[in-house]
Write a protein that binds this ligand. Structure first.
Ligand SMILES: [Zn+2]
Length: 456
């Protein structure tokens, strides 16, 4: 009998911190652990694909090419455990206390990926002749930007093409409130630098004769929103797809109170843009934010200069169907057109990623008589049984750029089942996994795989 709790504890013992060059032993240990688990315990074919960074583990249960094929994504790398003194238990010795397990990676993503490994292991124990192909792709660089995964997917495209992607790497609402993530925002980012005089100038000797780069920069930044808070870039909203009515109802069903949210954030007032309420604005609408701004004297007291330069880091969160490159082009064009006189402008474009949307076919009206459609329907039914209430279908405000790569390269839509909860301390000390949710989700995953196999 497959014991998932023991498996997570053993998995967690390998300190696979992808950002730490000293952690090669932990990376190799986690890869070896997965290889043994997939190969020896489950009888899958395992390939460890080396990359310029950390390896990708591909484990396959093959079979008749006519059988449906589910691809499961996860990552074995974890965030650093620092600050160590804030942990109540050793981060790499996972410990079960009541219904929770504590340890680095138990919620992100070692426990969640184990949900699906356990589901298949149990299913194969019951039905060794299950007519289903399943391929796990578990990478070791998610926490450092999945730098090599796209190349691996391209190189193994044929064996990774399938019906849909199953994954758990998003967060859920609570033990009795299971959610399926249907959308994520994309991102476009750049830095704009303005240069005025060759060096800082005496504001008494030269003030009046030259443009102050800080003044130019704040005028430029202020022009990027209108008085109501809409983004003021021509064409910015052109491709935005409005949420379907049932998606707005899903948000309302959460019954969240804006005043509680205001207090949580400690702001005097919430300021959503005109088209959305406070909660909708976080996932249905695009934004433009100033992430940092600098220029001039920052020390104590005053220093009467005209600074030589000023700069701002700007990023946009994007929604379907905005294109991250197009938005970056529009932003850059607007900044250049509005560049005040008397300064020169330099723009550095940063990383980006497209937004993502996958609506459940049985709710969106799309053809539900497909492996993906059956998977969403089975998930819906199994969640009602296991959690005692219907799943919440929610878009999230954050970004998982690799999902649009997976769709572009492999043509797979993702069914994202939440396993970790919002209070799981992901990336923080005392990271934890709710074992009741784990067990329920594993049963849901088992049901999804079985329904897809049986074509019901
Ligand atoms: Zn993760």
């Amino acid at each position: 009998m497959f014991d998932p709790i023991k498996a997570i504890i053993d998995f967690t013992a390998h300190a696979s911190v992808s950002a730490d060059p000293e952690a090669k032993g932990g990376i190799n240990g986690a890869v070896g652990f997965l290889k043994d688990l997939f190969e020896k315990e489950m009888g899958l074919d395992v390939k460890v694909v080396e990359t310029p960074g950390h390896p990708v583990v591909i484990a396959k249960r093959g079979g008749d090419p006519a059988w449906p094929h589910v691809v499961v994504y996860g990552h074995y790398d974890v965030q650093p455990a620092d600050p160590l003194e804030e942990w109540h238990t050793p981060p790499f010795e996972a410990l079960v206390k009541g219904d929770e397990m504590f340890g680095r990676g138990v919620a992100d993503d070692k426990g969640p990926v184990m949900v699906h490994i356990a589901a298949l292991a149990r299913l194969l124990e019951r039905r060794s002749d299950l007519p289903l192909r399943v391929t796990f792709i578990v990478e070791g660089e998610e926490e450092i930007g999945s730098v090599n995964l796209a190349a691996v997917m391209r190189a193994h495209k044929a064996e990774l093409s399938g019906d849909f992607l199953l994954m758990s790497d998003t967060t859920g609402l609570g033990r009795d409130d299971e959610s399926i993530t249907t959308g994520l925002r994309g991102i476009s980012a750049l830095e704009v630098r303005l240069q005025g005089p060759r060096q800082d100038l005496h504001s008494g000797f030269h003030g009046g004769a030259v443009m102050n780069p800080v003044r130019a920069l704040v005028a430029l930044c202020a022009s990027l929103h209108d008085a109501d808070g809409r983004v003021n870039i021509p064409g910015f909203y052109d491709d935005v797809v409005a949420p379907q009515d049932w998606e707005r109802e899903e948000m309302d069903r959460l019954g969240r109170d804006p005043e509680d949210y205001r207090k949580l954030l400690g702001v005097p007032e919430l300021c959503p843009p005109p088209d959305f309420d406070v909660f909708e604005s976080r996932c249905f609408g695009p934004t433009l934010e100033f992430n940092g701004i600098s220029g001039g004297y920052q020390g104590h007291g005053s220093k009467t200069i005209i600074p030589a330069k000023a700069s701002a880091k700007i990023s946009c969160r994007l929604v379907p169907n905005q294109d991250s490159f197009r938005i970056l082009d529009l932003l850059e064009k607007t900044l250049r057109e509005r560049c005040p006189k008397g300064v020169t402008m330099e723009i550095e474009r940063h990383h980006g990623g497209d937004p993502y949307l996958v609506l459940p076919p049985h709710k969106s009206g799309e053809d539900a008589d497909t492996a993906k459609g059956r998977a969403f329907k089975a998930a819906d039914e199994a969640i009602r049984e296991q959690f005692g209430s219907a799943p919440h279908y929610l878009r999230e405000g954050g970004s998982v750029p690799i999902l649009s790569d997976i769709r572009r390269i492999l043509g797979l839509d993702a069914l994202m089942l939440s396993v970790a909860l919002q209070d799981c301390n992901m990336h923080s000390p005392n990271e934890k996994l709710d074992l009741i949710v784990f067990e329920r989700c594993s049963k849901v995953s088992e049901r999804i795989l079985e329904a897809v196999a049986d074509g019901v």
